[in-house]
Design a protein around this ligand. Structure first.
Ligand SMILES: NCc1[nH]cc(CCC(=O)O)c1CC(=O)O
Length: 313
């Protein structure tokens, strides 16, 4: 007998407490409500503070370790304090802890980065030596590769904090994910979207994934109804690419898979953090081969990379 969810025994949705994380948890809840005709009271949103939320005064790469924004949430899943966890797949390690599984991906938002600046409309308009704020290894390296003249400053914190820093003149421009701005209802702060040709997005950017206990068949059945096949195919290829390169979390990596019918095109690149070298490649093939294409492309890039490419210390 399938146990129907009831308000006495709500489905607990774990999430970080940032405005973006909450918007993503609500989107997931709303899709589950619509798919199953359930009331809002059937769900409870449980906010969990992660290490990444706690430590705000240092660049993420210094805190180190994987899953800075996810570990505490996964612990809560394993401890049965929550039933599902909603994540930005961009922030997810490629391997989940024993007993946990991600096999539900929501329809993907815009994958591109947004260019954000009060004074300038695009990267090409930034004057020589302009100061740009970003703490993303990937965005910093990609920007440095295109515009070695620009000065980069660290820019951590939530969207509001970063916009305040722009206002205060700490930098003249920054980058944010279009997906995050859209979900926050703040797309108006974007001066424009950066073409993936110019800045290949992070692996899984714009994709929300829902994690659960692997043996929880009740939750598996609920989630199956809201899982998006195209998202799953694309993110599977991108994350296979990332997984094969994951040796160092200090290596800037970008990857994007796109579907045309049943064909998948996967582009990927790795960079030196200072942008002095970019190694890029692509694969195309049947959509069902995404994981193999990702692994294969990663191996090609590794072969083409100089011996010292992966060890920055
Ligand atoms: N690393 C932070 C993070 N993780 C996911 C998003 C945006 C939403 C998404 O890409 O799904 C962001 C903020 C940003 O990059 O601007």
């Amino acid at each position: 007998m399938t146990q129907m969810p009831d308000p006495q025994n709500p489905i607990r949705i774990g999430t970080r407490g940032s405005a973006l994380a909450l918007a993503q948890a609500h989107e997931t809840r709303d899709r589950l409500m619509a798919a199953h005709g359930l009331a809002a009271e059937t769900f409870q949103i449980v906010v969990i503070k992660t290490t990444g939320d706690r430590v705000l005064d240092r660049p993420l790469k210094e805190i180190g370790g994987k899953g800075l924004f996810t570990r505490e949430i996964e612990d809560a899943l394993l401890a049965q304090d929550i039933d599902i966890a909603v994540h930005s797949m961009k922030d997810m390690p490629t391997i989940q802890p024993e007993g946990l599984l991600i096999d539900c991906y929501l329809p993907r938002e815009d994958v591109r980065d947004a260019f954000v600046s009060a004074q300038f409309a695009a990267i090409s308009e930034l004057p020589q030596g302009a100061i740009v704020g970003s703490s993303s290894l990937r965005r910093r390296a990609q920007l440095a590769a295109r515009r070695p003249d620009l000065k980069l400053v660290e820019f951590r914190g939530n969207v509001q904090t970063r916009l305040k820093k722009l206002e205060d003149g700490v930098a003249v421009a920054t980058f944010l994910a279009m997906a995050g701005l859209t979900r926050l209802g703040m797309l108006h702060v974007a001066r424009g979207a950066v073409d993936p040709e110019e800045m290949l997005p992070a692996v899984a950017q714009g994709c929300i994934g829902v994690e659960r206990r692997a043996d929880d068949s009740r939750i598996a059945a609920l989630l199956a109804a809201i899982s998006d096949r195209d998202s799953a195919l694309r993110v599977t290829a991108e994350r296979a690419f990332l997984a094969r390169l994951d040796g160092s979390c200090q290596t800037p990596i970008a990857g994007l898979a796109e579907l045309q019918g049943d064909r998948l095109r996967l582009r990927g690149e790795i960079l030196r953090p200072d942008g002095s070298e970019v190694i890029a490649g692509e694969r195309a093939g049947p959509a069902s081969d995404g994981a193999a294409m990702g692994t294969d492309l990663a191996e090609e890039l590794r072969r083409r990379a100089p011996a010292d490419f992966f060890d920055w210390s």
